[in-house]
Design a protein around this ligand. Structure first.
Ligand code: CMP
Length: 242
């Protein structure tokens, strides 16, 4: 896996504080407090599919996602990929290695064009130490991730592939939101069948078959690689089946 990308502050925005205030762990903080982090930030752009960090990398940086979608995933020794999360604008990532001091075990990849702010872990640590309440907000954001992972484990243990697919579509809709579409509500996230397979713990073939099945049952549609939920209740009923 190759990693490229350049630092280009001029091309990626002038007002860093404007972006920072939209990072969810900073919500509600006053502008002067957020501004104190600004001198320590580097801006960087990643092109679609570009690697942001790799397993084994030192966890000496923390990332704030300004634009785009980032995939966090793991590779098995045989090369099988499991997607842990797809992050959207406003989320922090790379904070776990900074908290436990261990190398990264997960890779982060840009799914589309991505803009991030990067802080060195030690600078971010000093910033957090001086801000009462911020540590708690970071813990809360990690708590949400744990809940999300709990749901994924439940999916893998208790549900068959169609059930996992239905549950994952509903989870993506909740986490990423939906936009109106002539056939229902669309999750504005471009995913290939392989990427869906990596999210639900199935082979690409099985993911494709089950996407076809949910389509033919009128529960979902696919529009330009995006899920359209046609019958939310029908998907929810599939979850009651286990
Ligand atoms: P770190 O371990 O430093 O590097 C990988 C990052 O991926 C990790 O910090 C978290 O920020 C992020 N991450 C790992 N698992 C999840 C998850 N399930 N949901 C959201 N983010 C995650």
């Amino acid at each position: 896996m190759q990693r490229t990308g350049e630092t280009s502050p001029e091309s990626v925005g002038i007002n860093k504080v404007w972006y920072l205030k939209r990072i969810n762990i900073f919500e509600g903080m006053d502008e002067d407090s957020v501004r104190q982090l600004e001198p320590y930030l580097q801006h960087r752009r990643y092109e679609p599919r570009e690697m942001i960090f790799l397993p084994g990398d030192r966890g000496d940086k923390v990332y704030f996602l300004k634009e785009g979608v980032v995939k966090l995933a793991r590779l098995s020794p045989s090369g099988k990929e499991t997607t842990l999360a797809l992050l959207e604008r406003g989320e922090i990532f790379g904070e776990m290695s900074f908290l436990d001091g261990l190398p990264r075990e997960t890779f982060a990849q840009a799914m589309e064009r991505v803009l991030v702010c990067i802080a060195r872990a030690q600078d971010f640590q000093r910033f957090v130490d001086g801000k009462p309440g911020l540590g708690l907000r970071i813990s809360m954001s990690m708590g949400e991730r744990v809940r999300d992972l709990e749901q994924q484990i439940e999916n893998l243990v208790f549900r068959d592939v169609p059930g996992r697919l239905a549950s994952t579509i509903l989870r993506l809709a909740k986490r990423h939101g939906t936009v109106e579409h002539p056939q229902g509500e669309m999750i504005d996230l471009r995913l290939t069948h392989q990427e869906i397979a990596n999210l639900i713990g199935a082979t690409r073939e099985s993911a494709s078959i089950n996407i076809g099945r949910l389509r033919s049952e009128g529960l979902i549609e696919i529009d330009r690689h995006r899920f359209v939920i046609r019958d939310r209740q029908g998907l929810e009923e599939m979850l009651d089946a286990f």
